[in-house]
Every structure is written in structure tokens, then in C-alpha cells.
Design a protein around this ligand. Structure first.
Ligand code: DP6
Length: 356
């Protein structure tokens, strides 16, 4: 799919009118959990992730001068309710910045099980930000695109970049808080680290509580939230050192404890939010067993029961076999470091975030 026939918006020469972008999900090794500003999507803590090379989202945005309102589809099906509201609110933000009131046709193709804690909102809003930014002619650089994607879904700020990315929370109380909160690519010796993620989908169904709602409830009611946020900043510093020296065991240990700590904050919320299922714990046992057998394997879980196991690329098949052996019904996917968001059919200079 290339950028096709611009519809032509004569008074806005920068607007392509029609743009298609692709973005990949990312998995946080240091989690984002909790906002200090809901409207601007500003987090309490920095987070750090790896963008994957599987489950891309492709989004086309076409300006539709004759239409009465936005038309938004996901895999050919019109979106309704909250998912549609979030996309339309995002388009409103883009229109406001572009000074262009035209509605749009938004067509998204997702290859990730939507809502299953596999970060479809990260790839989704990164692709939407890139496509809408180009269609409406915002002329953003990669940092600007990351800030914009953040407004759709926090984790999307990181999917703008390939490989490892660090999302700066920004300074609370700063005069222009929006400017200070963006992701940037992290230089990591990826070849020496040889990271792979074995994704164990133990349940592909939609989650009962959205991550947005769950993190709000956790911040508001969990006595463990503040201690976790403080320890997460310390984890981040250690994680950066571990990545610098390509120490996969240290990276895995820190990622696993950070994720378990995040889930502990939810379990301590009132009432508790529990995403981890019996199958999740079975996979965690299998990961522990792998480690006892000398394989570097470490688990991380997001707002859902599915488990992503960090390991060396060289061990990925063995880890996948162990996970399949533990939960026969799990769909298991192998992933490696993937690229950042990019416009299809565009000049490479228009894709500043695309390469790790
Ligand atoms: C558990 O980015 O989906 O995956 O900003 O409300 O859209 P919103 O939340 P979202 O939350 C992701 C949370 C997480 C951890 C992470 O990706 O860092």
C-alpha cells in the first residue's frame, strides 16, 4: 500500500491528504503504569521498551472533504463506543494543530489480538499518529511524532522508534509539560545482547478492564503504587547499565521484577485488579524451570494474562517448546527487535523514527 492520490487541499500544501503508516507493538521492560495527567497522557515514571518485529498495525488516513463525520474502521468493521471515541478525539487534536477541520476516513488493519495485553494500542496509535500527521500536514520530526502518539495511548510514544526506546515522563510542574514527555531510541549493543521475546498468548480474548481504567484505579487506591513508582525509577537506572553491557541475565531479572511489582500494585488496589490467570502462573513456573536448567529466560506481563518471555535469540525455540509443553492451548509467537513507525510510499527522510 503506497500513499495514493492526494485529495488536494489547496490552502494547506503540506497536507498529503492521504497517507498510510505501519507501526509495531513494543513490550516494556520497565513499565509505564499510572498517569499524572490524564488529558495530556503524562506518566508518573519513565519507561523503557523493545519494539517487536511481529504484529504490525497498518493505518490509512484520507481526508474526506465531503463527509459529515469521521469514518473509522478496524479490519473492515466500523468502530463504535470508546474505541471510536479515542480515535476521533485523537483526530480532533491533529485537526486543531493543523488548523484544518476536514473529517477523515481511517482504515486500520491489525495483526495483533486486539485488547489482549499485547499492546495493540501502542502500534495502533503510533501508526495513526504517523498517518494522520502526514495526511493533515503537521510536518513532525520523530520527537514530535512520539509526543503526538503519546496523546493517543501512552505506550504508543515508544512504538515510534525501533529497537529499544526510553520514554521520558518529563518534569512534573514544568511550564510546558507536553514538550518534556517523549520517547527516544536507546543505543544498545543489540547484536551482543541478541534479545528475543517468546510471546505466549494464553488468552486472546478482550480484557475485562482496560489498562487505562486499571492504572487510574491503581494510582487512586493502591498503597503499593508509590513505592513501586520509586523502585521503578531505580530499576530504570540499573536497566540502562545492564543494556549498555549487553547483560541479558541482568536485563531479564530487572524486567521480571519490575513487571511483577506492577502487578503487585494492582493486586493491592481496592478492589484488586487481577490480570494474571492460572495459565499465566503455569508459564511463570515453566520460565523458572528453564532458569533452573541454565537457560536465561525471564517473564514480563502487561494488562492481560499473556506472558512474554525474554531470552537469547539462540534459545528462543527451546523456550517456545517449554512454554508449549506447559500450556498446550497457548499460541506461541517468536519476536525479535523490530522497526519504528514509518509512512508507506514516502521518501525515507519523512521517516525519522523508522530505523533502530
Ligand atoms: C501495562 O499505553 O495502553 O502495557 O496510555 O491509557 O492508553 P494508555 O495506556 P497503555 O498502557 C500500557 C501499560 C502496559 C505497560 C507498558 O506498556 O509500559
Amino acid at each position: 500500500m503506497a500513499v495514493e492520490q492526494p485529495v488536494g487541499v489547496p490552502d494547506h500544501p503540506a497536507a498529503a491528504g492521504d497517507a498510510t503508516a505501519v507501526a509495531h507493538p513494543n513490550i516494556a521492560l520497565i513499565k509505564y503504569w499510572g498517569k499524572r495527567d490524564e488529558r495530556l497522557v503524562l506518566p508518573w515514571t519513565d519507561s523503557l521498551s523493545l519494539t517487536l518485529d511481529v504484529f504490525p498495525t497498518t493505518t490509512r488516513v484520507r481526508l474526506a472533504p465531503g463527509a459529515g463525520r469521521d469514518a473509522v474502521t478496524l479490519d473492515g468493521v466500523p468502530l463504535a463506543g470508546e474505541p471510536r471515541r479515542r480515535v476521533v478525539a485523537f483526530l480532533e487534536l491533529v485537526r486543531e494543530r493543523a488548523g484544518l477541520a476536514l473529517p477523515a476516513v481511517v482504515e486500520t488493519r491489525n495483526t495483533v489480538p486486539t485488547g489482549a495485553g499485547l499492546a495493540s494500542s501502542a502500534s495502533g496509535f503510533a501508526a495513526l499518529a504517523a498517518a494522520a500527521g502526514a495526511a493533515y500536514g503537521l510536518g513532525l520530526d520523530a520527537t514530535g511524532l512520539s509526543r503526538l502518539a503519546r496523546r493517543g495511548s501512552g505506550s504508543a510514544a515508544r512504538s515510534v522508534f525501533g529497537g529499544f526506546a526510553l520514554w521520558h515522563a518529563g518534569q512534573p510542574g514544568h511550564a510546558d509539560a507536553d514538550l518534556g514527555s517523549y520517547a527516544e531510541p536507546l543505543p544498545v549493543p543489540v547484536r551482543a545482547l541478541d534479545p528475543a521475546l517468546v510471546v505466549a498468548v494464553v488468552d486472546a480474548g478482550p480484557k475485562a478492564v482496560s489498562s487505562r481504567e486499571a492504572m487510574r484505579h491503581t494510582v487512586d487506591t493502591s498503597p503499593l503504587y508509590r513505592p513501586w513508582a520509586a523502585s521503578s525509577q531505580a530499576d530504570l537506572i540499573e536497566m540502562r547499565h545492564a543494556l549498555d553491557r549487553a547483560d541479558l541475565d541482568a536485563v531479564g531479572e530487572i524486567a521480571e521484577r519490575n513487571a511483577l511489582g506492577m502487578h503487585a500494585t494492582m493486586l493491592a488496589a481496592r478492589p484488586a485488579v487481577r490480570y494474571l490467570s492460572a495459565a499465566t502462573l503455569t508459564v511463570l513456573d515453566a520460565v523458572l524451570e528453564l532458569r533452573r536448567g541454565g537457560v536465561a529466560a525471564y517473564a514480563t506481563m502487561d494488562a492481560g494474562p499473556n506472558v512474554k518471555v525474554l531470552c537469547r535469540g539462540a534459545d528462543a525455540q527451546r523456550v517456545a517448546a517449554a512454554v508449549r509443553g506447559a500450556v498446550g492451548t497457548a499460541a506461541v509467537h517468536l519476536a525479535g527487535p523490530g522497526p519504528g513507525a514509518r509512512l508507506l510510499g514516502a521518501n525515507p527522510d519523512a521517516n525519522p523514527g523508522a530505523n533502530p
